[in-house]
Design a protein around this ligand. Structure first.
Ligand code: G3P
Ligand code: CA
Length: 313
């Protein structure tokens, strides 16, 4: 897939910081993305949803119960979906304490204060460092948020990340600083060499909904799109080749789970000119195996490990 990636202007092998470096800091928060930035991830990955009053925010789950204190802040209120909450209400929530409780070895006092990020704030973070990572944005539960593709694209345009439907500028990835993920973390991370990607893909859009992918193509044909899939969707759509056909129809690439990473599948996608970015690989053996299987990029909660293993020459 290297040549296909080069042709499309997408880094190879692409490293996507999945909700930031979300094994070392609470997912989708300022410190999680800043770690990814300093380490030199190619892309900051984020799931975008919309509040009841129309603010685009970075949040993965449908509901607030797993990683916020919403049950205490809003006792008795139904946690059915985050679009029922206003931005001001969401700002009352702490999205870091759960991480400390779940991961006492990686807990930090400062994580207690963390708030949900808006997409604007994520863009600010991405722009705040010379490594200038790209943004890899998912329309999460896209059918619940009609019009969200346009809102995301318009915001990226207004911030100068997309122009006339294309994402601008080369991506400079890697760095020449040693990053110790959490000072007291798990060892030294060697620097990644600085590399300029050939192409212009500073933004990649992604969705599990083919309808959302279609809209993205209509609105921003030159911004790469990834059709996310899993085994259930593969069965529903009638097989792997059908997923490739849908990707091709919308001029998109594929984002399957690691369980769909068999090399003959990836090879078939490549024969169709379709790239394959797999989620979510956090262990060195998984990263090695996926590279051996021919992946074009991975979503990972451990950007540091991926950079070590996929060191570019
Ligand atoms: O977007 C790639 C990967 O994140 C898809 O799964 O559930 O983590 O958003 P999920
Ligand atoms: Ca995602």
């Amino acid at each position: 897939g290297r040549r296909i990636a080069e042709k499309k202007g997408i880094p190879y092998l692409a490293i996507m910081a999945h909700r930031g470096v979300s094994d070392l800091a609470p997912e989708a928060t300022d410190p999680a993305y800043r770690l990814a930035l300093e380490m030199g991830a190619d892309y900051l990955e984020a799931d975008i949803q919309r509040t009841a009053d129309g603010v685009l925010v970075c949040f993965h789950d449908d509901t607030l119960d797993r990683n916020t204190d919403a049950a205490q802040v809003f006792p008795g209120r139904e946690m059915d979906s985050i679009d029922k909450f206003t931005y001001a209400e969401l700002m009352m929530l702490d999205i870091g304490t759960w991480f400390n409780e779940k991961n006492p070895d990686r807990a930090r006092e400062t994580f207690h204060e963390l708030k949900i990020l808006t997409l604007e704030e994520l863009i600010d973070i991405a722009e705040s460092h010379d490594n200038r990572p790209g943004l890899y944005l998912e329309t999460k539960s896209a059918l619940r948020y009609p019009g969200i593709e346009k809102e995301i694209i318009d915001l990226l345009k207004s911030r100068g990340w997309i122009e006339d439907g294309a994402s601008m500028e080369s991506i400079e990835v890697g760095n020449d600083i040693d990053v110790d993920p959490l000072e007291d973390g798990d060892g030294e991370v060697e620097p990644a060499p600085v590399r300029i990607a050939d192409g212009p893909a500073r933004v990649i859009l992604q969705s599990f909904e083919d309808e959302s992918i279609r809209i993205m193509k209509d609105l921003a044909p030159n911004v790469p799109r990834i059709y996310l899939v899993d085994e259930e969707l593969e069965e529903k759509k009638g097989g792997w080749n059908e997923l490739i056909a849908i990707a091709k129809k919308y001029d998109a690439d594929l984002g399957p789970s690691g369980y769909q990473a068999w090399p003959w599948r990836t090879g078939e996608a490549h024969r169709n000119g379709v790239l394959v970015h797999h989620y979510t690989l956090n262990k060195p053996w998984q990263m090695r195996l996926l590279r051996f299987f021919g992946t074009d990029g991975i979503f990972t909660n451990r950007t540091d490990l991926a950079l070590k293993l996929y060191r570019r020459q």
